[in-house]
Design a protein around this ligand. Sequence first.
Ligand code: 2HA
Ligand code: ZN
Length: 270
Amino acid sequence: MKDLMTAPFMIEMIRTVTNMYQHGWDERNGGNVSLMLEDAEVAEYLDPGRVIRTLETGFTAPELEGKTFLVTGTGKYFKNVQYAPDFNLGIVRLREAGRQADLLWGFSDGGRFTSEFPAHMMSHVARLKVDPDNRVVMHCHPANLLAMTYVHELDERAFTRTLWQMCTECIVVFPEGVNVLPWMLCGTNEIGEATAEKMLTARLVVWAQHGIYGAGKDLDETFGLIETAEKGAEIYMKIAHLPRLNTITDTQMHLLEERFGIKAREGYLD
Ligand code: 2HA
Ligand code: ZN
């Protein structure tokens, strides 16, 4: 059995959450990440028959029966993950139609997965329906996106168009736009279901006055999505109170569609 700390997925997870912390997106215990693992890659590092303990999830997700996830722990600080991965992270495999999760590694203080586990798992189900290669769900609290939800209307088309106008790359990186949920109580199955519904049409879902969810095929892509949206929001927060003399026009965005072979969300450009 190989050393789990040398697994590419573990190294990448630790680097990613450390980077998220360094970006200021994950104060204290803010944020959570889940990465779906392939059975074959897990078996190189862990005995899949050795279950440490079994956790109740509080929801069902039959589509994820037997799937294994590397996930951040509830109450744990991203800042600390690199120093004590087995305390702050866990590897769980879902069973009983997702009602239970067998802990295969980690949460060594007796902890459990993130309080946002329902939103993560339901989002995985939703994204896998539209993209079988999806592996990552990521949640964090980037300051400018959060700030934007206080001063910008939450209409998804308007919110998306503003972000697209803030830097040329935005429409190229997230042509499907960002979806937006109004403020809801976090950590519940209800916000999980609402997030998953929004994940059917976009890889980014803003939680007003809270943060953002991103999804993608790997940690880099998902981090990059949030990073780009947050850059757009940062520009917006720098200019929102100033007279706007210039912008990226819809005609220019159509040029970007052609140049990069992307298609903006239907009806979002004039
Ligand atoms: O505490 O970010 O949404 C982790 C969170 C909850
Ligand atoms: Zn949060």
